[in-house]
Ligand binder design. Structure first.
Ligand code: ZN
Length: 101
């Protein structure tokens, strides 16, 4: 088995999981129930982990690549008010400062 993907954000992990499963690849989930014990564990040890068979790894990696190409664009921080903006925003949601300036 190989670790395909892990993230602090369980929604992202679930997206990956669904995508890979829909492609007919069998996955194993680790730390599915660790969230409740977060206070007792090192934070990254409570992250959901998606594991796949070695033979499926390359295919699964390509599948999730498409997800990250569209959704994992880095955002930007406004120079004027320091608010964080999603990559899809051309102007700061808070003060309308343009990211191109
Ligand atoms: Zn701003």
């Amino acid at each position: 088995m190989k670790l395909l993907y892990t993230n602090e954000n369980r929604l992202l992990v679930n997206n990956v999981l669904n995508l890979v499963e829909n492609a007919g690849i069998t996955i194993s989930l680790k730390n599915e129930f660790a969230g409740g014990a977060a206070g007792l564990l090192v934070p990254h040890e409570t992250w959901l982990e998606v594991w796949v068979e070695d033979t499926d790894y390359d295919r699964a990696k390509i599948i999730i690549q498409s997800l990250f190409n569209t959704e994992q664009q880095p955002g930007w921080v406004c120079n004027q008010c320091s608010e964080y903006n999603d990559a899809s925003f051309d102007y700061c949601w808070n003060c309308q400062y343009s990211s191109d300036q």
